[in-house]
Design a binder for this molecule. Structure first.
Ligand code: KG4
Ligand code: ZN
Length: 338
């Protein structure tokens, strides 16, 4: 069964073709980073208009890459939420129009379920059950994943998401948008020991997290050290990254302990962070648990995870068939399929 996946929830247009027997056949991405950069963040109306421009050419080049035609497609999965309403509507409209023309079903996919299941596209893929650390620009959650749609929330951030903290701190440091990767790159040249930043809620005794205080601490450092020279900026980046990685690591270890599970899966954009990966790999060796990541190119938003999540639901006949978007959508409201 061949599933076309369309992602358009924010600032990336992603299209992919996933075959339930042959695996991922093609995936193509257009990032709007350059377009939004001059505004210092995502401009929703510009995002929607750009998705309109990109989605069909990307679909065509995906089909060409996979050596398939529109007629080969069995179902169309699209991100129905959460995300920017106008941006979501582009993917939803194109998916439903194509599905109508081809007389095939559509599947409305939850963006976070896409992220959550994306490590299953890796080789080897983690078997269920596992603990998932979902760290994106908008969410930071620890979940026990028992199957597709069987997600048990163990803990989450009470304020900013980890990716949001990266982006906001990067902005305070003048590193532009989106700041996560830029901050992380600069951190490699910094001395993490020069500044001591807080580890909020590290000892809260539960799996809740908080990152907004860390951003405020960065703001205070920026004020105290201004004008910032390059080395000081790098040192603040290193201290920030060390603090956030320590919190994510310790909370993930606590989630493994609490759930009794021995597999940890990382999903979402911050999962691309090299220091986080190194810290988790190191802990996995010492503490004898397994850690899985999506392929690096599938950590941030992409169409492959949407095609894949759609295929999982389709396998259990959960095609939606209706035209819907949900800019706010609670992951726990999804039905379990296995
Ligand atoms: O999952 P994602 O692509 O989009 C959302 O669904 O939010 O995640 C984007 C987030 C941004 O906050 C970005 O700064 C962060 O992931 N990010 C990183 C890195 N690459 C992306 N944060 C830290 N280090 C990175 N290498
Ligand atoms: Zn995302």
């Amino acid at each position: 069964m061949l599933v076309l996946g369309i992602e358009s929830s924010c600032d990336e247009t992603g299209v992919a073709l996933y075959d339930t027997t042959a695996g991922l056949l093609a995936h193509q991405l257009h990032t709007q980073i350059a377009m939004h950069a001059e505004y210092g963040g995502v401009v929703p109306e510009l995002a929607s208009r750009d998705h309109i421009r990109r989605v069909l050419p990307l679909t065509q080049s995906c089909l060409a890459e996979a050596g398939r035609t529109l007629d080969d497609i069995d179902a169309i999965a699209y991100t129905a939420g959460p995300g920017l309403a106008g941006a979501l509507l582009v993917g939803a409209s194109v998916a439903n129009a194509l599905a109508f023309a081809l007389n095939k079903p559509t599947i409305a996919v939850h963006h976070l379920e896409g992220h959550l299941l994306s490590p299953l596209l890796a080789d080897p893929a983690p078997p269920f059950p596992f603990v998932a650390l979902l760290v994106s620009g908008g969410h930071t959650q620890l979940m026990a994943v028992h199957g597709v749609g069987r997600y048990e929330l163990l803990g989450e951030t009470v304020d900013d998401a980890a990716g949001e903290a990266f982006d906001k701190s990067a902005k305070l440091l003048g590193l532009g948008y989106p700041g996560g990767p830029a901050l992380s790159k600069l951190a490699d040249r910094g001395d993490a020991a020069r500044f001591k930043l807080p580890r909020p809620m590290l000892h809260s005794g539960d799996l809740e997290m908080s990152f907004s205080g860390l951003k405020t601490a960065v703001l205070n450092l920026v004020k105290a050290e201004s004008p910032l020279d390059e080395q000081t900026t790098a040192d603040i980046c290193a201290a920030f990254q060390e603090a956030i990685v320590e919190v994510l690591l310790k909370k993930s270890l606590a989630a493994l302990k609490q759930s009794g599970l021995k597999r940890l899966v990382i999903a979402g954009g911050v999962g691309a962070n090299r220091q986080l990966r190194a810290a988790l790999d190191d802990a996995a060796k010492k503490r004898r648990f397994e850690v899985f990541y999506p392929p690096l190119s599938l950590c941030t938003d992409n169409g492959a995870m949407i095609a894949f999540a759609g295929a999982q639901r389709l396998a259990f006949a959960q095609a939606a068939g209706s035209f819907s978007i949900q800019p706010r959508w609670d992951l726990s409201s999804l039905p379990a399929v296995q």
